[in-house]
Design a protein around this ligand. Structure first.
Ligand code: GLU
Length: 479
């Protein structure tokens, strides 16, 4: 059996991180088992769906590295892959159910339905008990349709328990009577979600359905529909919901919830993908930092490692994972990734390639986000010195003024140069050590204090040659 899975977003907004996680799981599962990952656009809600959202969602998926084998832009033998282009298929299946006595036209008015639902709730009966579900009224319904009237088509829910096997939840059973006859085609001929979903998953030959736990109740209806259309049941894995630190369902209140916000916020796609994988799934070796491509290659992803409990979204952990992936990048790749995050007018862009690479390598293991580099550029060119308690302490040492006077003198002599070389910096240090007899902490902290205004930071031997001389001079003069 070839594994065939799908991600089926509705293009009614930007790609949510929960959706991205579902897409990733399906993609990794397909790739692990040399199967196919299909992207199907569930755009039957014409009012809320838009082409712009569809394009944006596909862009975000591709950015994350989730590339579909069949679907929009790629094609495939079992297309079309937009539900809006598959209406005739749904109508064909609906007609078949009608002919087989598994569906019926419902002519109840809205008031009748509301009253029925109210009464049935009190007695514990299924929500729909209208007369049109009875066979004896079907000829009358057919006559109305033949005369041009319209009505929704309801699925005649069989009176039986419904069970399915779920990789995350084990055996799930819904006792009979939990669901009333539900609409599969609206009176305007448009199909409803559960119906199209089943017809499509059947026609797209989907073998496994991995999706959010919030769909379990839909699965109840869908299992009945699979049986009714004579299709084999796919295997299910309903993954846990994402919740915030306050244990509430993840929402905008908890911060960024769309992939785009992370993309624009300085996260690497491989880091976001890595973190999303860990929300509800765990690596067999308990690894926290990995690449999706490695998971696939090592074949360690399997549906049995999903967790039943809700996955708590932890932005600090995501930032940590991002920092680890930033560290792994080659300098050229880091440069490519950082480039768009630094404003065009920034000092950074006016520098040579050599300066940029040295700057990036100096801070590569000190940032969490790609956007953090902007602040680092500002630090390098910042002329103002803030006299913190820590700095005042360094300035109070009797050796510090000697270092400061020496450096100011040296720098004034190099007035027309942009930068000092690493060699010059070493010579300065050596002079202070040998001739001024300043050693150890007073030497290193003294240099750092007077040249940067800070008491800690990256390697001075690299940092100072990256700092323009006029900036160093201004800092020394401002002390
Ligand atoms: N269009 C549905 C959604 O976005 C698909 C659910 C499913 O995977 O079946 O929630």
């Amino acid at each position: 059996m070839t594994v065939r899975v799908r991600f089926a977003p509705s293009p009614t907004g930007n790609l949510h991180i929960g959706g991205a996680r579902t897409a990733l799981y399906n993609y990794i599962f397909a790739k692990t088992f040399k199967g196919k990952y299909i992207l199907r656009i569930e755009d039957t809600d014409q009012e809320r769906s838009s082409k712009d959202f569809e394009k944006a969602q596909i862009d975000d998926l591709l950015w994350l590295g989730v590339e579909h084998d069949e679907g929009p832009g790629v094609g495939g033998e079992l297309g079309p892959y937009h539900q809006s282009q598959r209406t005739q298929l749904y109508q064909k299946y609906a007609q078949k159910l009608l002919q087989e006595g598994k569906a019926f036209y419902d002519f109840c008015t809205d008031e009748e339905l509301a009253q029925m639902a109210r009464l049935n709730k009190e007695t514990g009966a299924p929500p729909y008990t209208g007369k049109w579900r009875e066979k004896e009224h079907w000829p009358e319904a057919q006559a109305k349709i033949a005369a041009g009237e319209t009505a929704p088509l309801r699925f005649l829910v069989p009176d039986k328990d419904v069970s399915f096997k779920d990789y995350v939840r084990g055996d799930v059973t819904f006792p009979k009577g939990m669901v009333g006859d539900f609409v599969i085609l609206r009176s305007n001929g448009m199909p409803t979600y559960n119906f199209c979903n089943v017809v499509d998953d059947h026609l797209h030959q989907i073998t496994h359905i991995i999706r959010g736990e919030d769909h379990v109740n839909n699965t109840l209806r869908q299992v009945l529909l699979y049986e009714a259309i004579g299709a084999d049941l796919p295997e299910f894995a309903h993954v846990s919901l994402l919740i915030g630190q306050d244990r509430q369902k993840l929402s905008k209140r908890h911060g960024a919830t769309s992939v785009l916000q992370y993309r624009e916020g300085g996260y690497l796609p491989e880091a976001l993908a890595n973190y999303l994988c860990l929300l509800g799934w765990s690596h067999p070796e308990q690894k926290d930092v990995f690449k999706v491509t490695d998971l696939i290659e090592e074949g360690v992803f399997d549906l049995k490692r999903f967790s039943k409990s809700h996955a708590i979204y932890d932005i600090e952990k995501l930032k940590y994972i991002n920092s680890q992936h930033i560290k792994e990048l080659s300098l050229e790749e880091l440069k490519k990734q950082v480039h768009p995050f630094i404003a065009q007018e920034s000092f950074y862009h006016s520098q040579t390639n050599d300066w940029q690479l040295k700057f990036l390598s100096l801070f590569q293991d000190k940032v969490q986000l790609l956007t953090d580099f902007t602040e680092k550029v500002d630090d390098v060119v910042n002329k103002t010195i803030v006299k913190t308690d820590e700095l005042n302490e360094i300035l109070a040492w009797e050796t510090t003024p000697k270092i400061k006077d020496f450096l100011l003198n040296e720098i004034c002599e190099k007035g027309d140069q942009d930068y000092i070389s690493e060699e010059t910096f070493s010579n300065w240090m050596n002079f202070c050590k040998k001739d001024l007899k300043i050693k150890g902490k007073p030497l290193f902290m003294g240099f750092r204090g007077v040249l940067t205004g800070q008491n800690h930071g990256p390697d001075l031997k690299i940092l100072i040659p990256l700092t323009p001389i006029n900036v160093l001079k201004a800092r020394l003069e401002n002390l």
